[in-house]
Design a protein around this ligand. Sequence first.
Ligand code: HPA
Length: 256
Amino acid sequence: MKKAIIGGTGVYGIGEESYSKIVETKYGNVELDIVKIQGEEIVFLARHGKSHSNPPHLVNYRANMKALEKIGVKYVYATAAVGSCNEAYSPGDVVVIKNFIDFTKTRPLTFYEGGLEGVKHVDMSDPYCRNLRKQFYSLAEKNDINIKGDAVYVCTEGPRFETEYEIKMYKQLGGDVVGMTNVPEVVLAKELGMCYSVIGIITNWCTGMKHEAITLHDIEGSVSKNKQIITETFLEIFKNGLNQDECMCNQAIIEL
Ligand code: HPA
């Protein structure tokens, strides 16, 4: 199984007929859904667990990504619910994440912690696979998904939302959207040589942007409006076939 979808908040499945598979890793066990689509088995992973039981700072990112690697996954599309700190991107909009700024604090960041795994660094000049991003743009147009643009994702530790002054700072640093999960997920994917891309679904204005409180209703509404067409687009891209010839994702490890 080479292709996977990681569903963020509000995206807990991609098809009717699936079976579940537990994959054991040295970081813990992971439950995956295997969905058969036109004869091909596609993997679905609910990032926070199917009943959204893992908060962002406690998601077992290493187990998740290792489990995908263990069953052969090379291509991953993910969704992420995000707040917007850019006036051009409003709740309900869809953006393609092009880069990130990491403000996480306490999470395991890498598979390479010395010992048997060794000491390795990973190149971040193209954190999100350029080919997967390009493919999403071209199919989204055909599927009438109105992508508002590329976005820089600021990853916070959570689970609390940000203060108004934190958001002012993130804006000044060049951030467009804010979420709590994409780091270390994208970094670990790159460490494993996978092609990875995440599509942001804007669920709310970030704190202080419009002086309104953030509600669960906003978050769920924006995701449910977009999730089906986004996951269908992922599946269509998978069906057309992918390769690693047009990106450097499987050559990003720098060994000293
Ligand atoms: N901040 C952080 N994470 C989020 C937000 C936000 O405003 N919206 C959805 N996830």
